[in-house]
Design a protein around this ligand. Structure first.
Ligand code: SAM
Ligand code: SF4
Ligand code: SF4
Length: 377
C-alpha cells in the first residue's frame, strides 16, 4: 500500500458569491454536486490503495451544500477506512459565509479542520460577502478555525495590519498572493512582487519580535523550521506535490491540483477508472510531470532549490508557462525565504536575549541550540 494521499474534493463548483480574483470564472461556478455514487467510488479506491488520506472539501463554495451532505460523506469514509481508524482526516475550506454553530459543533465532534478564506479588515477588497457576521455568531467553544488571507495589489502593503488583526483574535493566519488565473487574469489584482515581499516581511518582522504572539505566521514560520531542520517540504507550493495530491470535480473528473487546472492536465474520471494509480498513468499527468521536470532542471543551480523544490507548477503555468521559472512566485519566494533565513541565522550566531521574540521562534531556535538534531515542528 502507498502511504498517503491528499484528496481535494470540489463537491460543487457553485458559489453564491463572486470574488474579484477567483481562479474559477463565473461560467465554471455553476450549480450541480458530486453524486454519492462517484464519491463512494473515490473514497473506496483511495482506501484500497493508500494507508491514509486527507480529504479537503473545496470548490466553488463547499458550504452551499447542506450539513447532511458532509454527514453522508463522513459515513462513507468511516465505512471504507474504518471508523476511528486514524486513516483519514478532513478539512473544509470555505469563504466563511455559511458558518454556523451547528456546523462548527459537528466539525468539532468529527475533528474536521475548518479553513476560512478571509482578509479581516480588508475582506471587502476582493470579496462580496461579509464573513465577520457568521464568524461573530459562533460561540467561543466553536470558534476554532484557521484563516487563509489572499493578498492582492491593494493589500500587498497591508499585510502587517492583517497579521495584527488575526493575532489580536488568536486566529492562525497564512498569507498568499493572488495568481493571474481565471478572473484575476485582468483587473490589476495581482500584487507587484517587490511590494508583496515588502509587505510580507513587514508582517514577519512584526511577528518575529512580538513576544505576545500566540499564533504562528504562515508560511514564514514553516520556512524557518525548514531552515532549522533538514530541508523538508514546507507549504503546498514548495512540496513535490505531483503524485501526492489529486483534485476531484463534481462530475468525477480528476486533476493534479486544486488551482485552476486546464484540460491538458486532466487525469481521467473517477467513474471510468479502476484505481487511483490508473489516473497517475494518464497522458494529462505525464504532461504536467514532464513540464515540471523541465522547469526544475532550470532551477538546478539555485542555491535554495533544496528548500523551494522549484515552486508550484500551477503558479508558474499561469505566470509564465509551466517549463519556465521566471515568474513572480520565484521572486517572491527568494525575497521572503532569504530574509527569514538571515534573521534566523543572526539569532543562531548572536544568541540574543530571546525574551523579545515570539514563543514559536524561541522554542524552535532554543531547541536547535540545545540539540542541533532536534527541531520543534
Ligand atoms: C477557490 S476557493 C474555494 C473554496 C472557498 N470558496 C473559499 O473561498 O475558500 C479557495 C481559495 O482559493 C483562493 N483563490 C481563488 N482565486 C485565487 C487566485 N487567483 N489567486 C490566489 N488564490 C486564489 C481563494 O481566496 C480561497 O482562499
Ligand atoms: S474564492 Fe471561493 S468564495 Fe470566492 S468566488 Fe471563488 S469559490 Fe467563491
Ligand atoms: S527560488 Fe526560483 S530558481 Fe530557486 S528553486 Fe525556487 S523557483 Fe527555482
Amino acid at each position: 500500500m502507498k502511504q498517503y494521499l491528499s484528496v481535494v474534493v470540489k463537491p460543487t463548483l457553485f458559489c453564491g458569491t463572486d470574488c474579484k480574483h477567483c481562479y474559477h470564472t463565473p461560467d465554471e461556478r455553476v450549480p450541480g454536486e458530486i453524486s454519492m455514487q462517484t464519491l463512494e467510488k473515490l473514497i473506496r479506491m483511495v482506501s484500497e490503495e493508500y494507508e491514509a488520506a486527507w480529504f479537503i472539501w473545496h470548490g466553488g463554495e463547499p458550504l452551499t451544500l447542506p450539513l447532511s451532505f458532509y454527514k453522508k460523506a463522513l459515513e462513507l469514509e468511516e465505512k471504507h477506512f474504518g471508523k476511528g481508524s486514524f486513516r483519514y482526516g478532513n478539512t473544509i475550506q470555505t469563504n466563511g459565509l455559511g458558518l454556523n454553530r451547528r456546523l462548527m459543533a459537528y466539525c468539532r465532534q468529527k475533528q474536521i479542520n475548518v479553513g476560512v478564506s478571509y482578509e479581516g479588515p480588508f475582506n471587502g477588497v476582493l470579496r462580496e460577502g461579509d464573513a465577520s457576521k457568521a464568524i461573530s455568531s459562533l460561540s467561543d467553544k466553536d470558534n476554532k478555525y484557521s484563516v487563509s488571507a489572499t493578498i492582492c495589489a491593494e493589500t500587498a502593503l497591508r499585510q502587517r495590519e492583517i497579521y495584527r488583526y488575526f493575532r489580536d483574535r488568536r486566529t492562525d493566519v497564512s498569507l498568499s498572493p493572488v495568481i493571474p488565473a481565471g478572473c484575476a487574469r485582468c483587473g490589476g489584482l495581482v500584487p507587484d512582487p517587490d511590494e508583496y515581499v515588502r509587505g510580507s516581511l513587514e508582517a514577519f518582522d512584526d511577528w518575529l519580535h512580538d513576544s505576545e504572539a500566540e499564533i504562528p505566521l504562515i508560511p514564514h514560520y514553516l520556512y524557518m523550521l525548514n531552515y532549522l531542520g533538514d530541508p523538508v517540504p514546507s507549504d503546498c507550493a514548495h512540496t513535490s506535490c505531483l503524485t501526492k495530491w489529486i483534485c476531484v470535480n463534481p462530475d468525477g473528473s480528476v486533476y493534479p491540483c486544486a488551482k485552476a487546472c486546464p484540460k491538458e492536465f486532466l487525469m481521467g474520471n473517477v467513474n471510468d477508472v479502476g484505481s487511483i494509480s490508473e489516473l497517475f498513468r494518464s497522458e494529462g499527468f505525464a504532461r504536467i510531470l514532464e513540464g515540471s521536470v523541465k522547469r526544475r532542471e532550470k532551477c538546478s543551480s539555485c542555491a535554495i532549490y533544496d528548500y523551494c523544490g522549484g515552486g508550484c507548477s500551477m503558479d508558474f503555468y499561469h505566470e509564465c508557462g509551466l517549463e519556465d521559472n521566471s515568474g513572480d512566485s520565484c521572486r517572491i519566494y527568494k525575497g521572503i525565504f532569504s530574509h527569514v533565513v538571515e534573521e534566523t541565522q543572526r539569532i543562531l550566531d548572536e544568541k540574543p536575549d530571546m525574551s523579545g521574540y515570539n514563543r514559536f521562534v524561541r522554542d524552535a531556535v532554543v531547541g536547535k541550540l540545545v540539540n542541533p538534531k532536534t527541531v520543534i515542528q
